[in-house]
Design a protein around this ligand. Structure first.
Ligand code: NDP
Length: 261
C-alpha cells in the first residue's frame, strides 16, 4: 500500500536548497499542497514557483529560522490557517561545520548546529503534532548516517544527528499509531551542505573546492534529486527507516576530513 498524497498538505523545513528543495518537487509532482520555509526567501520563492509548475495545487512559502521558537510557531500557524490541515511534516533544515574541535577558536560557533538540527526539529514537531494527530499524519525526519558514523571533524554535527534520531525514536513510542515516523539517515549527497565547507581557525566559514574535488573522487555522491524520490516513496509506503549504505562512510569520511588520523 502506498499513500496517495494528491491534495494533501505537506510542511517542509529548509526547502530553499538541497534535499528539502527536491522533496518539495517530489511532493509537488504527486499533487500535494506545500508549506515550505527557510531563511533565504528569494530561493524559497523560486522553489515555490517551480513546485506549482510541477503540479502542486497550492504552495505557501514562509521565511523562518527553525532555531527560533517563535519563527517555528508562526510557520506552523500560517500553514494551518491557510490549509486547515497537515498530513506530512518533513524536519529537514540542517547545517554543519567541518573542523577539529580544537581548531575552533570561537566555541560558540558550534551552538547553531545543535540549535538548528535538534531544536529546530523539536520545535517543528511540537507545534505540528496536534495537527498530525487529527489527520493520522506522518513525520519524515532527516537525520544522517552521521548519527551512527563517528567521522572526525564533525563531532557536534554527528551529536546533533544522533540526538535527532533518539528524539524521534522516543516519539515513535509516545505517538504510537497516531503519528507515523519515517527516520531517514542519508549518506553523502550533492548539496550546499557538502560542498567543501569547513570552519577555519578564525571561525569563518570557508568553501574549499579542493576538498570538494577530493570528496567527489573518493566516493559516489548521491544525487539529492534521487534521494528525495526514495524518501517520499518510503514515507508514502509507511516505512519506518530509510538509510544509506555504510561502507563508504569508513573509507570516505576519514580520508577526506582527517587524513592524518
Ligand atoms: P543544504 O545546505 O542544501 O540545505 C539545507 C536547508 O536547510 C536549506 O534550505 C537551508 O535554507 C535550510 N536551513 C538551514 N538552516 C536553517 C534555519 N536555521 N532555519 C530554516 N532553514 C534552515 O543541505 P542538504 O540538503 O544536504 O541538507 C538537508 C538535510 O539533510 C540536513 O538536515 C542535513 O543534515 C541532512 N543530510 C545531508 C546529507 C548530505 O550529504 N548532504 C547527508 C545526510 C543528511 P536557508 O539557508 O535558506 O535557511
Amino acid at each position: 500500500f502506498s499513500e496517495d498524497v494528491y491534495g494533501k498538505v505537506v510542511l517542509i523545513t529548509g526547502a530553499s536548497s538541497g534535499i528539502g528543495e527536491h522533496l518539495a518537487y517530489e511532493y509537488a509532482k504527486r499533487g500535494a499542497c506545500l508549506a515550505i520555509c527557510a531563511r533565504r526567501v528569494h530561493r524559497l520563492l523560486a522553489v515555490a514557483e517551480r513546485a506549482r509548475d510541477l503540479g502542486s495545487p497550492d504552495v505557501i512559502s514562509v521565511q523562518a529560522d527553525v532555531a527560533r521558537v517563535d519563527d517555528c510557531r508562526r510557520f506552523v500557524e500560517e500553514a494551518v490557517n491557510h490549509f486547515g490541515r497537515l498530513d506530512h511534516v518533513v524536519c529537514n533544515a540542517g547545517i554543519t561545520h567541518v573542523s577539529l574541535l580544537e581548531e575552533v577558536d570561537d566555541i560558540t560557533h558550534l551552538r547553531p548546529i545543535m540549535e538548528v538540527n535538534l531544536w529546530g526539529s523539536v520545535y517543528t514537531t511540537r507545534f505540528t503534532a496536534p495537527h498530525l494527530r487529527e489527520t493520522g499524519g506522518k513525520i519524515v525526519a532527516i537525520s544522517s548516517s552521521a548519527s551512527w558514523l563517528s567521522a572526525p571533524r564533525m563531532s557536534v554535527y554527528n551529536a546533533s544527528k544522533a540526538a535527532m534520531a533518539q528524539f524521534f525514536e522516543t516519539l515513535r513510542i509516545e505517538f504510537g499509531p497516531d503519528i507515523h515516523i519515517t527516520l531517514v539517515t542519508p549518506g553523502f549527497m550533492d548539496s550546499e551542505l557538502t560542498q567543501g565547507k569547513y570552519v577555519a581557525k578564525d571561525g569563518k566559514l570557508v568553501l574549499d573546492q579542493e576538498m570538494r574535488d577530493v570528496q567527489a573522487s573518493i566516493i559516489p555522491v548521491y544525487r539529492a534529486e534521487s534521494c528525495a524520490k526514495a524518501i517520499v516513496n518510503s514515507a508514502c509506503r509507511g516505512e519506518r527507516y530509510v538509510t544509506a549504505p555504510a561502507w563508504f562512510g569508513v573509507t570516505y569520511l576519514w580520508k577526506v576530513f582527517c587524513p592524518e588520523l
